[in-house]
Design a protein around this ligand. Sequence first.
Ligand code: HEM
Ligand SMILES: *[C@@H]1O[C@H](CO)[C@@H](O)[C@H](O)[C@H]1NC(C)=O
Ligand SMILES: *[C@@H]1O[C@H](CO)[C@@H](O)[C@H](O)[C@H]1NC(C)=O
Ligand SMILES: *[C@@H]1O[C@H](CO)[C@@H](O)[C@H](O)[C@H]1NC(C)=O
Length: 316
Amino acid sequence: MDVVVALSVAFLVFPFPSAAGALSPSYYDDNCPQHKSIVRSAVEKATSNDKTVPSALLRMHFHDCFIRGCDGSVLLDTKGKNRAEKDGPPNISLHAFYVIDNAKKALEAECPGVVSCADILAIAARDAIVVSGGPYWEVPNGRKDGRVSLASDTRQLPAPVSNISQLKQSFGQKGLSAKDLVALSGGHTLGFAHCSSFQNRIHNFNTTHDVDPTMNPSFASGLRSVCPAHNKVRNAGAPLDSSNLIFDNAYYKLLLQGKSMFSSDQALLATPKTKALVSKFANSRKAFERAFVNSMTKMSSLTGGEEIRRDCRVVN
Ligand code: HEM
Ligand SMILES: *[C@@H]1O[C@H](CO)[C@@H](O)[C@H](O)[C@H]1NC(C)=O
Ligand SMILES: *[C@@H]1O[C@H](CO)[C@@H](O)[C@H](O)[C@H]1NC(C)=O
Ligand SMILES: *[C@@H]1O[C@H](CO)[C@@H](O)[C@H](O)[C@H]1NC(C)=O
């Protein structure tokens, strides 16, 4: 492959090419060396009051990165007629934005105008993993904040009813591989799902089965009792895995037993390659952690913004 072809392929694979070499773990060493401990204490303080904070931060970062790159677009509030990403359809579990606000306030007091909201969120997502008993890694920094956030963009997020080809395509569009897909789906070791997110599997699955036959029957009936066909309880749902406050590999073990929540989780068993990775991660927490860190670093290097916001909820 000659250089021109190689470059254009690289640009096709990475639609946000400003990532190339721009991010660095030592980015704030001179201008805000205390940034890590500031973000870390905001995450720890919030988590001590509300155990759902780590899962919320991890999902927030994923949504941020998948729309316009990791540019803090998910943090912007709706303004006037412009409905923001956070008010788009799959926002049901997005919360804990105040944690980023608190970290930003503390950072602006110490090093004004230096640390981007997109970086704060990337660091907070790492810290969320750490406080949940998962691995630590150095987050490369230097992301810029974007000025655009559109509810209609949330269509780009993969849906819980996606099949394996749709998932691969969605991740592929972000330069992420099938291995990244399997490793990052391990984020579902933390948190909670509302009934609407797995309704398709437990009622009216298809014309021959009311319940997805790939689901463990007693697991499915447990979910059906929490989420009846015409569920009226607004916040009803179930934990994403049996140890949903701990960042471990239980998600993969449960997946192999037919105890995953979403069709998109179950879909990881649909091809030999992705299924082999599921088994590998189910057998080795270390292998999962290594792959997760690698794939998170890839996902969080999709950049796209242009400024350092003063307030994470509004553009400068
Ligand atoms: C593979 C495609 C993915 C799909 C289709 C998907 C879909 C979903 C859905 C539907 C929910 C539940 C929302 C609710 O009912 O409240 C959820 C929760 C969650 N997702 Fe994903 N997700 C995907 C990938 C990821 C990735 C890559 C991460 C992070 C690395 C992630 C982290 C989370 C977390 C932590 C939660 C729990 C949120 C909370 O409890 O507040 N997901 N996901
Ligand atoms: C989610 O979006 C709806 C409208 O689509 C909005 O009313 C609601 O406030 C949003 N929730 C969050 C947590 O942003
Ligand atoms: C995935 O879903 C799409 C859209 O419904 C469909 O065209 C495709 O054939 C499905 N692929 C698989 C592997 O089921
Ligand atoms: C319903 O789903 C099951 C399991 O995926 C499948 O075997 C069956 O063929 C499906 N039925 C129809 C009518 O699509």
